[in-house]
Design a protein around this ligand. Structure first.
Ligand SMILES: Cc1cc2nc3c(=O)[nH]c(=O)nc-3n(C[C@H](O)[C@H](O)[C@H](O)COP(=O)(O)O)c2cc1C
Length: 167
């Protein structure tokens, strides 16, 4: 897919069909995540890929607005060591995951992690060291056809509303 088209057509997908994502594709997606920009090149991240049905269900239940995670093929929990710019770094990596997934025709949705009441619970559930902070959880799955059509109707602010040029 053309790079600009990929960025412009990505939307959050919360409904999925039952289809396995090949391991090689998941590996490619995480490879894109680890190449994200990071302050002082710290690369403080850790990406936990959850394919296990029971764990996925538990994560979905723990979250408030991520119940659809249970129906995703898998999800990725993005953690970062508690550095000065952990949140910015983790968000950059998260966006890379969303875009790389979309490149492969895989739908995703960013589910909040940082500052959420359940962040510590998810860390414990996944056995991640306490030095890390949960930044996001990303559901991944091949999109449901109707969902795919509907999400393109999501209202976006116009360029005029959000862009100022100082010459
Ligand atoms: C920091 C952050 C947290 C988000 N958390 C959730 C969430 O918990 N549940 C959810 O369904 N969507 C979540 N989203 C997705 C947004 O709702 C979505 O990106 C927004 O509505 C714009 O739609 P789009 O992604 O299709 O462009 C989150 C997005 C961001 C950036």
């Amino acid at each position: 897919m053309d790079g600009l088209k990929m960025i412009k057509t990505r939307r959050s997908i919360r409904k999925y069909i039952k289809k396995e994502i090949p391991d090689e594709i998941i590996t490619e997606i995480i490879d894109c995540a680890r190449l994200a920009p990071t302050a002082n090149n710290k690369q403080p991240w850790l990406f936990v890929v959850i394919k296990n049905e029971e764990l996925k269900k538990q994560i979905a239940e723990i979250t408030d607005y991520g119940k659809f995670i249970k129906d995703a093929n898998c999800c990725v929990a993005v953690f970062c060591e508690d550095t000065k710019y952990y949140l910015e770094d983790g968000c950059a990596a998260t966006e890379n995951i969303l875009l790389a997934a979309w490149y492969f025709g895989i739908g995703s949705c960013w589910v909040a992690g940082d500052k959420k009441f359940y962040a510590e619970k998810i860390k414990d559930l996944l056995g991640v060291k306490k030095e890390y902070k949960l930044v996001s959880i990303i559901s991944l799955g091949y999109p449901d056809e109707i969902e795919l059509k509907n999400v393109q109707k999501v209202k976006k602010k116009s360029l005029k509303e959000v862009m100022i040029v100082k010459k």
